[in-house]
Ligand binder design. Structure first.
Ligand SMILES: Cc1ncc(C[n+]2csc(CCOP(=O)(O)OP(=O)(O)O)c2C)c(N)n1
Length: 323
């Protein structure tokens, strides 16, 4: 069946463009990080774009997401501009968190993203409270929790899954299973091969999704979010994906083979959709070039904005501090 029987060409193109934005953003961040422009460290999202883009397309700014130490893709997909995201990475006052959070804490209540929590499993605890608030207020809001498979052996995961299921909370748990928690392979720390199987222990429905295929994520994500919004209780989606880069800086990736990396590189979600758009939607090279140009211009603008923005002042550093 043609993809255009399910989605309009404009919709598929917009998913493609957003994935390209996430990828080019990360490439620019990598460059700026190597140039010493960005302090601290960065955990990058190249390879996983289909997950954030496919899920967030179904959310409005009144729906909320939680994120992790690897939040750049989630932030852009949820609607934070590259400008405020990059300024945050620079530690500038114009950043989405006023420059106080940096790479691992991107977020903005205005678009429905809790500043990301870098403690592994942190967002999983927060999301159950968020879901409970939505339920008690009787809204139709949905909370989406993005987390890595590395978080699933933490107590917070099991407590939150059970609580969400028992309370019938409006939550979609989106596990981005990229096979490794830093350098530790998932099959070394769990005898249960699929995270999705763990949902059954809590009476929660779940599904395994090809996380390298934005159309598959979009379809399963759409169905899950709709069901959750209709009050049918929480869902867990396990998106099988792969990060094309190291865990963070100074990662030579010695824990995985070149063959394995090549296998996943062949499934690059952007290349895959690019090919589908050519064969099924008749998109030509000129149209792809226009997308690349537009994204490049946006990233250049964002870089100029971030690099020339004012630093956080000592006075601002004390603003918003709880006392
Ligand atoms: C509670 C806790 N333990 C350890 C760390 C250090 N740490 C940061 S990221 C990470 C690996 C997380 O793997 P996963 O959850 O699969 O996410 P991924 O990095 O693959 O996106 C670890 C161990 C942490 N931030 N928090």
């Amino acid at each position: 069946m043609s993809i255009l029987e399910e989605l309009s060409a404009d919709k598929v193109l917009s998913l493609y463009k957003r994935m390209v934005l996430l990828r080019r953003f990360e490439e620019q961040v990598y460059l700026l990080f190597l140039q010493g422009e960005i302090p601290g460290t960065v955990h990058q999202y190249q390879g996983q774009e289909a997950v954030a883009v496919g899920i967030c397309d179904h959310l409005s700014s009144s729906d909320w997401i939680t994120s992790t130490h690897r939040p750049h893709g989630h932030a852009l997909a949820k609607g934070i501009r590259p400008h405020e995201a990059l300024a945050e990475l620079y530690g500038k006052a114009t950043g989405c968190c006023g420059g106080k959070g940096g790479s691992m804490h991107l977020g903005d209540p205005a678009v429905g993203m809790v500043p990301a929590i870098a403690i592994v499993g942190g967002g999983i605890s927060v999301v159950s409270g968020m879901g409970l608030a939505f339920k008690l207020r009787q809204t139709t809001q949905v909370a989406v929790c993005f987390f890595g498979e590395g978080a699933t052996n933490e107590g917070a995961f099991h407590e939150s899954m059970n609580f969400a299921a028992v309370q019938h909370l409006p939550i979609v748990f989106v596990c981005e299973n990229n096979k490794y928690g830093a350098s530790t392979a998932y099959n070394k720390v769990s005898l249960v091969e699929n995270v999705a199987d763990r949902a059954r222990a809590y009476g929660m429905s779940s599904e395994i999704v090809d996380g390298m295929d934005v159309l598959a994520v979009h379809k399963s994500g759409g169905a899950a979010i709709k069901a959750v919004r209709e009050g049918k209780g929480p869902v867990l989606l396990e998106c099988k994906t792969y990060r094309f880069v190291g865990h963070s800086r100074n990662d030579a990736r010695g824990y995985r083979t070149k063959e394995e990396e090549a296998y996943w590189k062949e499934r690059d979600p952007i290349v895959r959709l690019h090919n589908v758009l050519i064969t099924e939607a008749g998109i030509n090279d000129t149209m792809f070039e226009q997308i690349e140009h537009a994204v490049k211009a946006e990233i250049e603008e964002a870089t100029a904005f971030a690099s020339t923005s004012p630093d956080v002042t000592p006075e601002q550093a004390l603003e918003g501090v709880y006392a």
